[in-house]
Design a protein around this ligand. Structure first.
Ligand SMILES: Nc1nc2c(c(=O)[nH]1)N(C=O)[C@@H](CNc1ccc(C(=O)N[C@@H](CCC(=O)O)C(=O)O)cc1)CN2
Ligand SMILES: Nc1nc2c(ncn2[C@@H]2O[C@H](COP(=O)(O)OP(=O)(O)OP(=O)(O)O)[C@@H](O)[C@H]2O)c(=O)[nH]1
Ligand SMILES: [K+]
Ligand SMILES: [Mg+2]
Length: 461
């Protein structure tokens, strides 16, 4: 076990709640909290591990009572950090919890840095780096799918796969050493080269397969960024409300109702969408609406997927046609809304403008066609492929970058072999692939990177 000082932080979000938790971790956690804990003759130093105790937090210097609390004592190693941990459950709000924290800091603990508890769990060997990163993903997850993905990674799903690939590489590297040191056969050079070729090809194949999951993995994690665009009053906000099943965006019959971007996460037939409702796009002199229209254009170019809404009860306008052009840089679905009203729009022209992208007719008034729309969205995402619930995904940009570098290292190995390079040079590239994969799990990372990664965490985590 490494030597660390004792850290403390508030682990619950700021704001009004019934209870807040202060977490303390380190060798002196129990002793420090015990100095402030009062409950008759009871001492936290004497209680069993993983038990919770009622009492008061009292400033030992002034005897001032600060809060009535419940205190959990968790002794190493079966704790989140693998260190002695104490959790103080104070009253909610911000005053009580902050006063208790200040006292704990006065009594010898240091304020934890963001992510420092998780960092200790990593440094003390309870979890690896990709699992630690998954903890952060879990906290930030906004859909069930994103959460499922994070939980699996936390469970070590990706780590196990990476470890097995590294073991394969290490095995072949060891075998190469043996061949060099104890050449049993005359053709040892050729055998060694063949072994390296086979293994590099095989493991590179696995890494490429993993990389193929990255795009979907990223969408599962962050949501498919989807902009709802269209002229004013075509029903964009009504569509957002329909998809999220909630009256979140304001709907009126006044053109130019939506001024600001409205964002919502929603799960459509298993596809997590980050939906953005925008201001109707038109030329306008209204200053506020003008800014809204600017934001709509920005949202349009930021999105990976477009829902282009047209009012089919009106003739197609020049503005509608321009929107097809604007949307054409991303995949889009054309939505002909208001089918409860007579059709006026030129459908042949729409088909032409859609250029093979799906066209779906709906009425947000009568709910007609909603299911077909949701199906069209899901079809786009899955594009025929079935996404397995228990597949291993890469969803983290850092991991994707490392996997790409690993592929490049394998290419070096393969090039070297094709060009009859000396085996020890090829060995170096093979070792490089092994090191790069190790950076995903944190088996080979520098302090600087660790500091940067963990500082992205929330305080108290
Ligand atoms: N009060 C409280 N609730 C919490 C946490 C916490 O730290 N405190 N967690 C913080 O994220 C999460 C739970 N995660 C945890 C993960 C591992 C261990 C832990 O003690 N692991 C040990 C022993 C497990 C066992 O008893 O079998 C281990 O893995 O060695 C604890 C919490 C969510 N809820
Ligand atoms: N008849 C009919 N009316 C609809 C339908 N969908 C929406 N509407 C109505 O059309 C009007 C405009 O709807 P919104 O959802 O506010 O349209 P929008 O595109 O968000 O409008 P802006 O934010 O102003 O650009 C409202 O009065 C809705 O009730 C539909 O399918 N049929
Ligand atoms: K409107
Ligand atoms: Mg609107």
């Amino acid at each position: 076990m490494l030597e660390f000082d004792t850290i403390a932080a508030i682990s619950t979000p700021p704001g009004e709640g019934a209870i807040s938790i202060i977490r303390v971790s380190g060798d002196d956690a129990v002793a420090i909290v015990n100095k402030a804990y009062q409950a008759g003759k009871k001492s936290l130093e004497m209680v069993d591990s993983h038990t919770i105790h009622y009492g008061h937090i009292v400033n030992p210097q002034t005897n001032e009572m600060i809060d009535e609390v419940m205190v959990t004592v968790l002794r190493a190693p079966k704790t989140f950090t693998r260190e002695d941990c104490v959790e103080i459950n104070t009253h909610g709000g911000i005053v009580a919890v902050n006063r208790v924290l200040q006292l704990i800091l006065q009594l010898g603990a240091r304020l934890a840095e963001p992510g420092e508890f998780t960092k200790r769990a990593f440094l003390n060997g309870r979890i690896d780096l990709s699992q630690a990163e998954a903890v952060m993903d879990l906290i930030r997850a906004k859909t069930d799918r994103a959460m499922g993905l994070a939980l699996k990674q936390m469970d070590g799903n990706l780590s196990r796969l990476i470890r097995s690939l590294r073991r394969e590489i290490l095995d072949v590297l060891a075998q190469v050493e043996v061949n060099i040191d104890y050449p049993e056969y005359d053709d040892v050079e050729e055998m060694t080269q063949r072994m390296l070729l086979e293994k590099a090809t095989e493991v590179k194949g696995y890494v490429l397969q993993l990389l193929e999951t990255a795009q979907q993995g990223k969408i599962l994690r962050d949501g498919l960024s989807t902009a709802i665009i269209g002229r004013p009053n075509v029903g964009k906000s009504s569509l957002l409300n329909q998809l999220i099943q909630e009256d979140k965006a304001i709907v009126t019959n006044i053109a130019g109702t939506t001024r600001d971007i409205v964002e919502e996460y929603v799960n459509v037939k298993g596809v997590p969408l980050k939906l953005v409702d925008t201001a109707g796009i038109r030329e306008t002199e209204d200053i506020v609406e003008k800014i809204g229209v600017e934001r709509s254009r920005q949202a349009l170019s930021d999105a990976s997927f477009i829902l282009l809404v047209i009012n089919q009860a009106e003739p197609l306008s020049i503005e509608d046609e321009a929107l097809f052009e604007a949307a054409s840089h991303q995949p889009f679905v054309v939505i002909l809304n208001k089918t409860d009203l007579p059709t006026v729009v030129d459908e042949a022209r729409i088909t032409e403008l859609a250029q093979g992208n799906p066209v779906v007719k709906i009425s947000l008034e009568t709910q007609e066609g909603i299911d077909q729309l949701e199906q069209a969205i899901a079809d786009f995402f899955f594009s025929g492929a079935v996404v397995s619930e228990d597949a291993t995904y890469v969803s983290n940009t850092r991991h994707v970058a490392l996997l790409n570098k690993t592929v490049a290292a394998f290419d070096e190995v393969l090039n070297g072999l094709a060009n009859d390079m000396p085996v020890d040079l090829v060995q170096m590239d093979m070792t490089q692939a092994w090191t790069l994969l190790g950076e995903i799990t944190g088996d080979a990372v520098q302090d600087e990177l660790l500091d940067q990664l963990f500082s992205q965490f929330c305080l108290g985590k």
